[in-house]
Design a protein around this ligand. Sequence first.
Ligand SMILES: [Zn+2]
Length: 242
Amino acid sequence: MKASPQDQRSLLDVADIDRRLVVANAQRTNPPQVARIHELQAQRQTQTHELTVRAGARDDIQAEIARVESDVNTARTRLERDEQRLTAASAKEAVALENEIASLRRRMSSLEDTELEAMERLEAAEAEVEQTRAAIAATNEEGARLSAEAKELVADATTAIEGLDRDRAAVLGRVPEALSTLYDRIARNGVGAGLFRESMCNACRVILTASDVATIRSAADDEVLFCPECGAILVRTEDSGL
Ligand SMILES: [Zn+2]
């Protein structure tokens, strides 16, 4: 195929646009934040489970304290009743009542120790619940921030793609249809065009053999050449060193 050196050079601009389109498309379909967002989703699931377990442990201690307090109240009521009865008791009754009062006092003292110990455990359990709540809030905050960043990146990429598509159509519209069709066909499966420079195809970055370079050197300026390695249209300019 024949094409003017100028039209062939335009293909290098299109190839550059295509390179930027690949980057923008990757950014749009898979912004870099996505992997971390997935990690955070899994992390939140673990943390939510941990919160359920820790809140359950705290509730158990609260129930335990309520039981102990109820036992203390029962013992106190009986103690008060016994002390009341003691004022009008016979000597024989008094001995039995005094024994019971002493026993109730020991029981109350023991229950109060139990309650104190449970209160300490409750404090630790509540701290663990708060710690998990704070961790979940931090996870949610990072997730929201990254999602917003990703959304912005996708929007930017979409705008960039629209602009690049317009530029691409404009540049390709200025070259003969046969050449633009040829370019598009090659670009569907790889790089459409590359600069030939210092014996190298810049589309695939392979150094061509001396005999390939000799063929390129002897070709007419308006002859469309192809890289023998990658099939891209090989474009010659004054930078080619021919
Ligand atoms: Zn090549």
